[in-house]
Design a protein around this ligand. Sequence first.
Ligand code: FAD
Length: 372
Amino acid sequence: MSSQLQSIEVRVEGYRDVWVYCEHEEGKLTRATTEVIAGARKVAEKVGMKVVGVLMGYNLDDLLMEPIYYGADKVIYCDDQRLKDYQVLPYTTVLSEMILELKPWALLFVTSEIGKDLGPRVAYRTKTGLAADVIDLIVEDFVMNLPTGRYIYKDCIAQVRPDFATRIAKIFTPKHRPQISSVRPGNFTPLPRDERRSGDVVRWEPRFNDDDFQVEILETRKLPKSDVMLEEANVVISLGLGILRDASGRPRDPREAYRMAEELKRVVEEKFGVKVEIGSSRALIYAQLKELEGLITKDRQVGQTGKTIAPDVYIALGISGALQHRVGMQRSKKIVAVNIDPGAPIFQIAHYCVVGDLYDVLPRLIDELRSI
Ligand SMILES: Cc1cc2nc3c(=O)[nH]c(=O)nc-3n(C[C@H](O)[C@H](O)[C@H](O)COP(=O)(O)OP(=O)(O)OC[C@H]3O[C@@H](n4cnc5c(N)ncnc54)[C@H](O)[C@@H]3O)c2cc1C
């Protein structure tokens, strides 16, 4: 049926370049921003466009070249005292005006508090779409078969994200520009910072709406940072719901498994001089076990709604490997999985598959490492 349809190529003309909204803290680009610049490069090179870093704030002089050093070709910046602290309304106004006038082809945010706040408002004001929580960006044609023909929207961005169930979804914005995404941290590797890179730096004069400043910021306070640094660990040992029972089905005190994971952490740190952290599946955190209170906390969650990490070694203990977990750890260099079920999905991506009871395997692994 579809082969009889007339093919019609559609290109949305008049839009250029891949913009990255650059977040900064204490005079530095955030790491996640440098990752998104790398993702933008991948897309821009494919379609022969430039990467443009967008900087907003106050007293930005020392930052202006940073997006370029990390891979952008150009910077557009808006430096204004009224933008000193992030506030959604004035930031939305300034960024939307820039977009409506300069017409970028794509705009990428980090999936962060700011990206999640600002991105959708900007998409609404500029009458385009937004794909949130994206884990990859691929340039592809989007094909729509209609009774009037087979419409091929050329060179769109397939914005890849985990679906709500067990699939990977590709989201397209075929008819509108810019194509806006928020990109989850941990999915692109930043390009090395290179001060020899050069590019244009262009100032943008802001225009505000009368009602943009309805909020007066009296004080800003930093929230205490979690000391769980999953993203920086060389080795992550993660626990899942499998710690609740042994292979015979006998209930086990989950503190036993936690203590063994801590022991493994200690031995690996001592023997190899590397940084090790304990992670968790969401199911174990959501189980809110009294025994693990204060030990298995939300900041240890790996996965779609937790952290995305790529350590040298990821050890999954009693974790089934649901898609939402895998998207947070599948870029790990080596994956070791211990599971009693030989059909557990985690084994599809593990480099070392141990079919067995973690209550059996873990003490033996610790002994083995101790004896090295
Ligand atoms: C929108 C959405 C977002 C989500 N985000 C996340 C996320 O960010 N991170 C995340 O992890 N999940 C997330 N989930 C949940 C996810 O779908 C799974 O439910 C969850 O990952 C399962 O956790 P688990 O592997 O610990 O538990 P289970 O799926 O119950 O797996 C337990 C595993 O342990 C094995 N086992 C049992 N006993 C033993 C033993 N003694 N020794 C060895 N193995 C044993 C079993 O064979 C089983 O494979 C999300 C779900 C949704 C819908």
